[in-house]
Design a protein around this ligand. Structure first.
Ligand SMILES: [Zn+2]
Length: 102
């Protein structure tokens, strides 16, 4: 994992923490695209090893789920997957990819 890749994942984790702290400031009850806790989606960087620059819109629950396994990463939808990577789940907003340790 190179420095740019690490930076993007750290950035996503910061976004995730900020969204969790801003209760009430993100989304409004009954709004569109909110998860079970009433949070709206935030912008996350694609976590692929390349520099595609894709931005995904995930709710906190979706991002938390995508990172619930250490081998899983959140990629942009229909992202090119290499032989060392496997699609675990495909959603309209993002895919969850399992990456074999290298
Ligand atoms: Zn990507």
């Amino acid at each position: 994992m190179d420095a740019e890749h690490r930076r993007r994942i750290a950035n996503n984790e910061r976004t995730f923490e900020q969204v969790n702290y801003t209760v009430g400031a993100v989304g409004t009850a009954g709004g569109e695209g909110l998860d079970a806790d009433g949070y709206g989606p935030a912008s996350y960087d694609c976590e692929c090893a390349g520099t595609c620059g894709a931005i995904m819109r995930l709710t906190p629950l979706e991002y938390e789920h995508a990172r619930s396994n250490l081998a899983w990463f959140a990629y942009g939808p229909a992202h090119r997957v290499s032989a060392a990577e496997e699609v675990v789940e495909s959603h309209a907003s993002h895919w969850i990819i399992a990456r074999s340790p290298t």
